[in-house]
Design a protein around this ligand. Structure first.
Ligand SMILES: [Fe+2]
Length: 587
């Protein structure tokens, strides 16, 4: 039986720009919604933020990678991670989108539209039931903005969503901005959409902005909520009563006061209307689902699950073809024919142009994720070369992680085989270093109290040689062929990329190291000379201090033991070790 709808008031989507304010307990809104996959790491600032917020207010988890209608079901690993996060945060509820997004283990990180067929409806219903069972709770499904529809579509989207919610016994997150975007792009009436919703299942609204691109409207979540969306919000409040809302602002995220002003606007508009909303206990229910093909029944069986997956494959191949629709029409006549048969076209907005909206959005999103992880590489290569490298990574090492922040794991291998690395092989080492930094950011937390130099003074000098130390997990030691220190110094000073290139190209070739570690939420790195690299690696591997000293001296006979002792004190000051271990090695 459906429990009554909780009313949380009005909140915002949590974004990184406001993490520091959140840690200070200064998010003065009723509740927040967090993107689930951004918190799939083992630790770091993101999870600390979420746990801090959870102590103050309701937190909802909002996924973007469940891909409930994808040809393959959500993976057991994805559901395990979501369940784990859910146990840790205890969200007020969990939501995701009525869409699909992955195929063959590859994530597009796009919210792709589903063919609106009986087969898709059956598939989503069984998947939602399985997900709800795995999570032990109902989920909310959100309507997405879409830029294309399918020749095989059989029912309006609102009937599709409403029927899924009833059959799967799930709830609905209505994105009012998405309704307006899709209404414009497909020519339906937003009020008819609202009228088709089962009122008692509508538990949340999203408010956001979109942009007008002439032939279509695009859901970019950039800017304040426009009057048209506020107006639909008021209609929805009159129809559904008190429903919790969130303002989503994802691009060019504004200062907190500006975002909060939007939230206050939602509060003010709700206060004038909610009292006049219908009593939910006497809500009328939408009409039963009726399948009504818009065009004569095609000769194939559009209701089969196989046909559904084949249609999705056409969309997938189209949006992942390098060069977009122009390349498809020029070089792949079979795909061009399938595309024309599958995707609806309209005057001024061809099916090829519709495909390109998704292809360009996907490329832009994935390229942006790479630029965040590899800023030094972007600085050194420049925008144009970085774009070409990103295109190669998207093609040759596509995303296999539901967390967009983890896209780029395959960049190092792609770069290693590229013309850029042929000219400057140390670029690969830069990339390895940046990936290590990214992994440490939300990896296992370092200890609050790492080992200090006291651990040495507590021991008699006679005991020192046999001391072994246990390294923290938030530590990466990489070997490199050039000293990257001068290059990082150039970047930190804000020097032009050319100076960095000169610094790296002029560095002595030999054996160097780079040390990366996290302390608190901050990640640090510095370069190591060959002797320090050897000594530190020995110690991190669980060798004794005597063995580490020996490793440092090997090949560096001029090295004084006092220098190694100096390094040891520095490593301890940097917080690289967590404890002493016994004679038999770490464990
Ligand atoms: Fe939304």
């Amino acid at each position: 039986m459906l429990s009554s709808r909780p009313y949380l008031g009005h909140g915002v989507g949590l974004r990184r720009r406001h993490y520091d304010r959140a840690l200070r307990g200064q998010l003065d809104v009723d509740w927040v919604e967090a993107i689930s996959e951004n918190f799939f790491g083992e630790g770091g600032r993101p999870l600390a933020v979420l746990e801090r917020l959870r102590a103050d207010m309701p937190v909802a988890l909002h996924g973007v990678s469940l891909g409930i209608g994808s040809p393959e079901a959500p993976s057991a690993e994805y559901l395990r991670r979501l369940r784990q996060l859910s146990r840790r945060i205890e969200p007020i509820w969990i939501s995701d989108h009525l869409c699909w997004g992955h195929l063959g283990g590859v994530y597009s990180h796009e919210l792709l539209p589903l063919p609106l067929t009986q087969a898709a409806l059956d598939r989503v219903v069984s998947r939602v039931s399985a997900v709800q069972e795995a999570l032990g709770r109902r989920i909310l499904l959100e309507n997405v903005s879409s830029y294309l529809s399918f020749e095989c579509d059989q029912i309006p989207e609102w009937e599709f969503l409403a029927e899924i919610s009833r059959r799967a016994d799930c709830l609905v997150l209505l994105d009012l901005n998405n309704i307006l975007v899709s209404a414009h792009n497909h020519g339906f009436d937003p009020d008819e959409y609202l009228g088709g919703m089962p009122a008692e299942r509508v538990w949340q609204f999203h408010l956001a902005r979109h942009s007008d691109r002439g032939a279509y409207r695009f859901d970019d979540h950039c800017g304040s909520v426009p009057p048209e969306v506020w107006s639909l919000y008021e209609s929805a409040l009159r129809r559904f009563g008190a429903v919790s809302s969130i303002v989503e602002w994802d691009e060019g995220v504004p200062p907190w006061t500006e975002l909060r002003a939007q939230q206050r606007e939602a509060v003010a508009r709700a206060q004038t209307i909610v009292g006049a909303g219908p009593d939910l206990r006497s809500s009328t229910f939408a009409a039963p689902l009726t399948l009504s093909p818009a065009s004569p029944a095609p000769s194939f069986d559009v209701s089969s699950d196989r046909f559904l997956s084949e249609t999705q494959l056409v969309l997938w191949r189209s949006i992942t073809t390098p060069g977009g629709s122009a390349a498809i029409f020029k070089e792949d006549p079979d795909l061009a024919r399938d595309l024309a048969a599958s995707i609806r076209s309209s005057v001024g907005f061809s099916n090829g142009a519709r495909i390109d909206v998704y292809a360009q959005s996907m490329t832009w999103r994935l390229r942006g994720a790479l630029a965040e992880i590899y800023p030094s590489l972007l600085w050194l290569l420049g925008e144009a070369s970085f774009d070409r490298l990103a295109a190669q990574v998207i093609r040759d090492a596509p995303s296999q992680n539901p967390d967009l922040g983890r896209f780029g794991a395959g960049l190092v291998a792609v770069l290693a085989n590229s013309r850029w690395a042929a000219a400057d092989p140390w670029l690969v080492e830069i990339a390895q270093s940046e990936w290590a930094m990214a992994e440490l950011l939300d990896g296992a937390d370092p200890p609050d109290r790492p080992l200090t130099s006291d651990c040495l003074t507590d021991k008699s000098p006679a005991e020192w040689p046999e001391i072994r130390l246990q390294a923290i997990l938030a530590l990466r030691v990489l070997v490199s062929a050039v000293d990257l220190g001068p290059l990082w110094a150039c970047r930190d000073r804000g020097s032009p990329a050319q100076a960095g290139l000169v610094a790296a190209r002029g560095a002595v070739t030999g054996e160097f190291g780079s040390l990366h570690w996290r302390r608190g939420f901050a990640v640090f790195r510095r370069s190591l000379c060959a002797a320090e690299l050897r000594a530190l690696r020995a110690l991190v591997a669980g060798e004794t201090l005597a063995a580490a000293l020996e490793a440092g001296l090997e090949g560096s006979p001029e090295l004084q033991p006092a220098e190694v002792v100096g390094w040891l004190h520095r490593w301890l000051e940097e917080g690289l070790f967590v404890g002493l271990v016994g004679r038999k090695g770490p464990g």
